[in-house]
Design a protein around this ligand. Structure first.
Ligand code: PAP
Length: 323
């Protein structure tokens, strides 16, 4: 697949832009804010990706549990290969569609993208994406593939994103002020934001096409991983069977837990994650992995501001979540 006619500079010059942090700008495309590094990949996915009915697509807004779900989905689908999680990073096992050598911009001088139909997983392909449903609707609705969407409460999501950005090398010299991160989040000016529109797009898909889209929250998973892992397996059409179903599920829950996953040498690595056009170290995807950590960072005033927005954006549409 070639798209040598794509001119990123030309594309960017036609889009509204706003400063995100440091020297990084975001560009508005289809109602969402994107990093320039992901625009070509996002366009290619929307244009070329034709999911197979057997495909599993993990969708998420950044920092809402992507890494965890990658590990869980990989283990559920490839049960006899789940030991690979001890030696490979979940992002290598379940690549982002718009990055890596799937539809991303290769970090080397080439416009040829690896054939996305090649067998990247063992039996069934699992991809992930941060693309909002609004930009993927045509693609997803053209197929019987299974979509899993994970979300997380807005305050922990925001805090996680802020920590993540402050781990970037450039932030060592000039850290990103928390108040600025809050302001950008509330205005929706974040990579793949607005968060609220992202979540509602996939929530509606889950309500409209429950056989094809499964919506789960980080907090539900934390609260009852055993039931939720069984539900995911049922949804994907590969329920746990045979002897000791509870034991099989328990094993997967444990091997994908924050504590176990983050203890593997491969996930402690300071190496830059291959295939992503940003200098992200592998270990930066693991920090605390908890619920409610926002309380250590947010004043009552900030909590009040985000909760008011959550009421307006979620509660008004009947989604009683996030407060
Ligand atoms: P991404 O969207 O950039 O891939 P993502 O994996 O969604 O990132 O988010 C990282 C968050 O998930 C981190 O949260 P924290 O900053 O609040 O700690 C990270 O610690 C957490 N995380 C990573 N792996 C797990 C896991 N196995 N269980 C629970 N949380 C996890």
């Amino acid at each position: 697949m070639e798209d040598s006619s794509f001119d990123l500079e030309l594309e960017l010059s036609s889009l509204p832009r706003e400063k995100w942090w440091g020297d990084h700008y975001l560009f508005q495309h289809g109602g969402f804010w994107l990093m320039p590094e992901s625009i070509q990949g996002v366009n290619r996915v929307a244009k070329h990706f034709r999911p197979l009915p057997s495909d599993v697509i993990l969708a998420s807004y950044p920092k809402t549990g992507t890494t965890w779900l990658k590990a869980l989905l990989y283990s559920i689908v490839n049960r006899s290969y789940k030991h690979r999680l001890t030696v490979e990073n979940p992002h290598s096992l379940v690549p982002f569609l718009e990055f890596f050598d799937i539809y991303g911009t290769p970090p080397y001088e080439s416009t040829t993208v690896v054939d996305p139909l090649s067998d990247i997983n063992h039996s069934r392909r699992i991809f992930s994406t941060h693309m909002p449903y609004q930009l993927l609707a045509k693609t997803l609705n053209s197929s019987d593939c299974h979509v899993v969407y994970v979300t997380r409460n807005p305050k922990d999501t925001l805090v996680s994103s802020w920590h993540f950005v402050n781990k970037w090398d450039e932030a060592r010299e000039e850290p990103w002020p928390f108040e600025v991160a809050v302001e950008k989040f509330c205005r929706g000016v974040t990579p793949y934001g607005p968060y609220y529109d992202h979540v509602m797009g996939y929530r509606n898909l889950g309500l409209e096409r429950p056989k094809n889209a499964h919506f789960v929250t980080y907090e539900e998973l934390k609260n009852d991983p055993q039931t939720n892992v069984k539900n995911l397996a049922e949804f994907l059409g590969c329920p746990f069977e045979g002897e000791d179903v509870e034991g099989q599920v328990r094993e997967i829950v444990k091997s994908c837990s924050f504590e176990v996953l983050s203890s593997h040498e491969v996930n402690k690595s300071e190496d830059v994650l291959a295939g992503v056009p940003l200098p992200l170290t592998v270990n930066s995807f693991f920090r605390k992995g908890g619920v409610g950590g926002y309380k250590d960072h947010m004043s009552d005033e900030i909590v009040g501001k985000i909760d008011a927005l959550t009421r307006e954006k979620f509660h008004s549409l009947g989604f009683m979540y996030g407060i």
